[in-house]
Design a protein around this ligand. Structure first.
Ligand SMILES: *[C@@H]1O[C@H](CO)[C@@H](O)[C@H](O)[C@H]1NC(C)=O
Ligand SMILES: *[C@@H]1O[C@H](CO)[C@@H](O)[C@H](O)[C@H]1NC(C)=O
Ligand SMILES: *[C@@H]1O[C@H](CO)[C@@H](O)[C@H](O)[C@H]1NC(C)=O
Ligand SMILES: *[C@@H]1O[C@H](CO)[C@@H](O)[C@H](O)[C@H]1NC(C)=O
Ligand SMILES: *[C@@H]1O[C@H](CO)[C@@H](O)[C@H](O)[C@H]1NC(C)=O
Length: 404
């Protein structure tokens, strides 16, 4: 090579590199490239909006990148679909901060902080955090401050998936949501794993994950600590697997409440397996209002371990806290084919197995199979079981002695 062609070759090479790099990166959409500051105080919402706009329009497997080591203040936002690509990745490695409490919340809609709507094939991963900064909301909640002027009943859910199909979210942390941390609404084929949901046990209505109109959902390998249900399963939910969860503090894993406005409930094929409950106010719970109709069927709670849990096994069909709302009802939600298998640990309440079914519509096909529960403290005497209009069978050892 002569002396002239060397620089020429280098030039050509670097041009080539730029081309290759640009091409290789053309489906990465980093919020920093759209002007996000990531300093935790500047409002980065518009950078997120623009980055999402391009991500959603890109044709082949694009990735929205929220890089690590930065904190992004983002206001209420909807990541709306449909998108061009059949899969969309979100690499959430940094922290996203919500507006700090109700005084900083400028949007009129209080229901949700961030939402994915009509987006299919989402893959969210990256060890990042969504920090809901809920304290300012909790401090004014009507639940814990009744009578406080301007007290708050509705505070934002941190992350909502609405009308999404084929969702996978792994390795994400959720801290201090104003209310529910994650909501699946009208969404199907979902895999949520290795999540870490953390809020104080005293925070009001901070459910970990709530499901409503959801089908084919697996929630697994996650730690959930909050001030309400670790996972709550609402109406029109089908084929739900919940496995390998640590729950507590919190109110346990709950189906319901269902039937509050007299509607016909339908919840089917729910499997809850290998869950450790620690110091929760309930364990495996099904709760319905007296006004409800419809059915809950095909539920299995297996291999659960309770540590100092109040109401480890409970069906409660008298859930009605509005005065005079549930008088003289001749209905009830039919609870059918529920199996409790391999449940061990300690109870903080004397009635450790409490099957308090509707007087109008009996529970049928209940199976108690190998249950060994002991008192969590000396103050509680011998544990008991209680059945009201519950019908089914026993298998193996049942402690306390079964009422079925
Ligand atoms: C989204 O992209 C389109 C086309 O590039 C543009 O017209 C529109 O203004 C963008 N919207 C936002 C919010 O950036
Ligand atoms: C649920 O999963 C089953 C089995 O994979 C599938 O046949 C069905 O279509 C799914 N339901 C929905 C609503 O996607
Ligand atoms: C739930 O688990 C069963 C048994 O392992 C499996 O056949 C089914 O596909 C799972 N469903 C979901 C939605 O993960
Ligand atoms: C149940 O949980 C307790 C408390 O964490 C633990 O000591 C015990 O080994 C667990 N039992 C099983 C069978 O995993
Ligand atoms: C069953 O529910 C009724 C109505 O709330 C309540 O009065 C009763 O004490 C409950 N029974 C048990 C054993 O908890």
């Amino acid at each position: 090579m002569d002396s002239l062609s060397i620089p020429y070759a280098i030039c050509l090479l670097s041009l080539l590199t730029i081309c290759v790099c640009a091409n290789g990166n053309s489906n990465l959409f980093n919020v920093l490239s759209y002007g996000a500051s990531g300093d935790g105080t500047t409002d980065d919402s518009s950078a997120f909006t623009k980055a999402w706009n391009d991500t959603c329009k890109a044709t082949s497997n694009p990735t929205l990148v929220i890089p690590q080591g930065k904190q992004f203040l983002v206001r209420q936002m909807i990541f709306a679909g449909p998108c061009k690509s059949s899969t969309i990745q979100v690499q959430l490695s940094g922290t996203i901060l919500a507006p700090d409490g109700p005084d900083q919340w400028k949007a009129t809609d209080l229901s949700t902080w961030l939402a994915f709507q009509g987006v299919n094939g989402l893959r969210i991963y990256g060890k990042g955090t969504m920090d809901g900064r809920g304290k300012g909301w909790w401090d004014r909640s009507c639940k814990y401050h009744p009578g406080l002027q301007g007290c708050i009943t509705l505070a934002p859910t941190s992350l909502r998936f609405q009308k999404c199909d084929d969702i996978k979210m792994t390795d994400i942390s959720f801290h201090n949501s104003p209310q529910t941390h994650v909501l699946l609404l009208g969404t199907q084929n979902v895999d949520l794993g290795f999540l870490n949901i953390q809020s104080p046990g005293t925070s009001p209505n901070t459910d970990g994950i709530h499901l409503l109109f959801a089908t084919n959902v697996s929630i697994h390998d996650s730690n959930i600590a909050d001030g309400d249900d670790c996972i709550s399963i609402g109406d029109k939910t089908f084929n739900i697997n919940i496995t390998d969860i640590n729950c507590g503090p919190g109110h346990g894993i709950s189906i319901g409440s269902l039937g509050s406005a007299g509607e016909s409930a339908q919840v089917e094929n729910i499997n809850v397996m290998r869950v450790n409950f620690r110091e929760t106010t309930n364990g495996a719970r099904i709760k319905t209002w007296q006004t409800g109709r419809g059915i809950v069927q095909g539920v299995t709670f297996s291999n659960l371990n309770f540590t100092a849990v109040a109401n480890p096994i409970i069906i409660y069909q008298y859930y009605c806290y509005r005065p005079n709302a549930c008088k003289q009802t001749k209905t009830g939600v039919h609870i059918k084919d529920v199996t409790y298998s391999g449940l061990i640990g300690t109870s903080k309440t004397e009635v450790a197995i409490n099957l308090n079914c509707s007087n109008v519509v009996p529970c049928t096909g209940i199976t108690l199979d190998n249950i060994r529960l002991a008192s969590a403290t000396r103050e509680i005497g011998q544990l008991t079981s209680s059945c009201n209009n519950a019908h089914g069978i026993n298998r193996g050892t049942i402690q306390p002695e079964s009422c079925l």
